[in-house]
Every structure is written in C-alpha cells, then in structure tokens.
Design a protein around this ligand. Structure first.
Ligand SMILES: Cc1ncc(COP(=O)(O)O)c(C=O)c1O
Length: 383
C-alpha cells in the first residue's frame, strides 16, 4: 500500500490560504442561530432509530503519515440513508411541517438530499415531490421512490431541475425544502445546516472535547462545511483549523476565498464526486466560510477509486470501511498534503496533530461503488 500512497494519484490541484480568516463564534452563531442547532439536536436525537455514527481511527494511515491521530466520522451508518444528508433534509421537513402544516414538500436534488427529504416526508405521512436532472442515476431515483416520493425527471442539469421544482411548487402551493440559499430563501437552508451540525455534537461528546487540531471538510455549495464550523462554534472550546476540499473543476469556495467574494464557476467537467460538483457557494454558507475557513484545496478524481479500495482492504484502519465517492476526499487531501512538506508545514500538520475527516457517505449507490472498488483494487495492485 505504501507505493500507492506515494504515487502521483495523491496530489493537490490548487491550494489557497484564507487571508480574511477571523474566527468569531458569535458572528457564526448569528448566521446559523444557536436555537436552530439546539432544536435540531433535540429533535433528531429523539427519532426512534437515531444513534450516533461511528468515529473510526485510521490507525494504519496515521502511522504511515506520522500523525498522532486521524479520526474518520463514518456517515455510511447514518440512519438507513447512509450519508450525513439524512440529518438535514429530514429535520427541515419536520420543522416546516410543524410551522406550515403543509401536506406536500418538494425539492430538487442530485440524490442524497432528496432521499433525506423523502424519508422526512414518509416519517410524517405527507407527500413528497422530487425533481432530478437527466444525469441522476436510476438507482438513486428508485431509492427515493422506495421512500414514497414521486420522482420527476427533468431534461437538463441540476439547475433545470431546480427551476422546474420552483415553478411547480409555486403553482401547487408545495413547500420547497432546498439545501441551497438565495435572496429571501435563507431559513430552510439554515434548518438543513442545523441538522448537519449534529455530527459535531456527537464527535465532541465522544472525544470529551479532546483537542482536534485540523478538520478536512468536503464542499459542494458549502452547507456541510459551514454547518460543521458552526457546530464547533456552538459545542467546542477548542477551535481547529478548517481545510475545505473541493473537486478541481468545481472549486467555487476556493475561488470565492481567493477573491474575497462569492465567485461562480462554470463547470466544464463533472467530477465523480457528484454531490460536490457545484458551481456556486450557498449564501448562508459563505457568510460563515468567508472568515472561518483557514485553507481551501482542490483535488482531481484520480485518487477516488484507489482510496475506496484501500478502505475496503483494511489498508488504512483495523476494520473494513465502505465509503462512497464523497466519503474519501478528506483522506485524499490529507495524504496529498503530507507529501508536500512545505504545505504540510504551512497548515501545521505534524506528529502531534489530531485530524478529523468526515466520511460523508457510505454505500449510497451500489453500482457506482462496485465500479469504483473494482477499478481501485486493480489500480492499487498495479502501482
Ligand atoms: C453526498 C454529498 N453531497 C453533497 C456534499 C456537499 O455538501 P454541501 O453541498 O452542503 O457543501 C457532500 C459533501 O461531501 C456529499 O458527500
């Protein structure tokens, strides 16, 4: 396995330090209010099937990289939906239904968020309309149908599906549960982010607020990353460095941090990291990320399949880990960063560091996982 980790599939495409870094707990918790986070924790922890997801030590990897501890939060065990997204959409549906008494919710999705909204609606016995683009796999569509949602396929990309969702929701008086924000649509994305922050409450409780020094955070529109940062602001005395990770062809947070303002990316090539292939940072997330992310970096798709295989092979930890394509970018980024002595030194990761990685998703798409695993096993065998 050592030769794979040394190969050039592990390399960083772009790297930026945030010169506007100025972590202010109060400001963060004004953007994502304390009371939303408290309500999310109380509500989600009361659901019948709730239990914290495992925090696994990647002990073999930490030994190899000479880092004190590497923790991997395995969201593959999040309810039966197998990604952290289960926390956001389902909580937002719960809150919206309490507020509006609606009997129909709607959303546009690339997959995991829709599954969460569909499950939230199913739990409450209400209707759910899910809009997907032509690029969303049939496997993901049928997973949402099996949670009772009506799935509507729209010609074009994600933006086209969102446009159709907004139009139909307005015509029919459905409540939209969207994980991105825009002008006058901020509350629901905040509910969703409040749901995600439950991950951090669990980690801090489990580690007894032991000092974590660095956290790698995957970003699409930035909601998950900003929610984790807000979770730290709310629950922890110790604030680590936050490193944002994006696909190299969709580095909207990195470009925004670089130019100190939200900056759109015209995505020329869709990454395999589908949920993270987003061209615009969410407005609410940006308000948090602009002063609280320490570094941003981007990676190509090259290391995805090999890392999926290394985890499945027990090469990085004692036990086998099943991770989907958006589960592994934190691992890839850490390995790549440690190969670049200068950057590792700048970020301050060394033998005393305790690093947290978020394993955002497990087996959310069996077909995709099987393909990644077999090509990854082939690659690590031949390096
Ligand atoms: C499946 C999935 N979707 C989306 C995202 C990105 O979240 P957000 O769009 O809130 O930044 C991630 C993060 O890695 C993910 O794993």
């Amino acid at each position: 396995m050592n030769s794979v980790l040394e190969s050039n599939i592990f390399s960083i495409s772009n790297f930026v330090r945030n010169n506007s870094y100025n972590f202010k707990k109060d400001r963060i918790l004004e953007t994502l209010p304390d009371e939303y986070i408290e309500e999310a924790v109380k509500t989600i922890c009361s659901w019948e099937t709730y239990k914290p997801t495992p925090l696994v030590e990647l002990d073999k990897l930490s030994k190899h990289l000479n880092i004190d501890k590497i923790y991997y939060k395995d969201e593959g065990f999040r309810f039966h939906l197998k990604s952290f997204k289960a926390l956001g959409g389902a909580f937002a549906v719960d809150k919206i239904v309490k507020e509006t008494k609606t009997n129909t919710v709607a959303t546009a999705t690339a997959g995991n968020h829709g599954r969460s909204v569909a499950w939230g609606a199913q739990r409450l016995g209400i209707n759910c309309k899910i809009f997907i683009s032509e690029f969303v796999s049939e496997e993901r569509a049928s997973a949402m149908r099996s949670l009772g949602a009506e799935v509507i396929r729209v010609k074009g990309n994600y933006d086209a599906s969102l446009k159709e969702c907004l139009k139909k929701s307005q015509e029919n008086n459905w409540e939209i549960v969207q994980d991105v924000s825009w002008e006058n649509y901020m509350d629901v994305p905040k509910y969703i982010m409040a749901g995600y922050s439950v991950m951090i409450k669990e980690i801090i409780d489990e580690l007894n607020d032991q000092k974590i020094t660095h956290v790698f955070l995957q970003a699409g529109v930035g909601g998950m990353a900003a929610a984790v940062i807000a979770g730290y602001a709310k629950f922890s005395k110790n604030i680590p460095s936050f490193i944002i990770v994006e696909p190299k062809d969709a580095e909207c947070v990195l470009e925004s941090i670089k130019s100190s303002k939200p900056t759109s990316i015209d995505i020329m090539k869709e990454s395999i990291m589908g949920g993270m292939s987003c061209g615009d940072v969410s407005t609410v997330a940006w308000e948090i990320l602009k002063n609280s992310a320490n570094y941003c970096l981007s990676i190509s798709d090259k290391g995805i399949s090999s890392t999926v295989a290394l985890l499945a092979n027990k090469d990085l930890s004692k036990n086998k880990i099943i991770a989907g394509e958006c589960g592994v970018p934190g691992i890839i980024s850490l390995i790549s960063l440690m190969k670049d002595q200068e950057k590792a030194k700048e970020v301050g990761i060394n033998e005393n560091s305790k690093v947290l990685l978020i394993g955002c998703e497990g087996l959310t798409d069996q077909k995709m996982y099987d393909q990644l695993l077999s090509s990854g096993l082939e690659k690590i065998k031949n390096v």
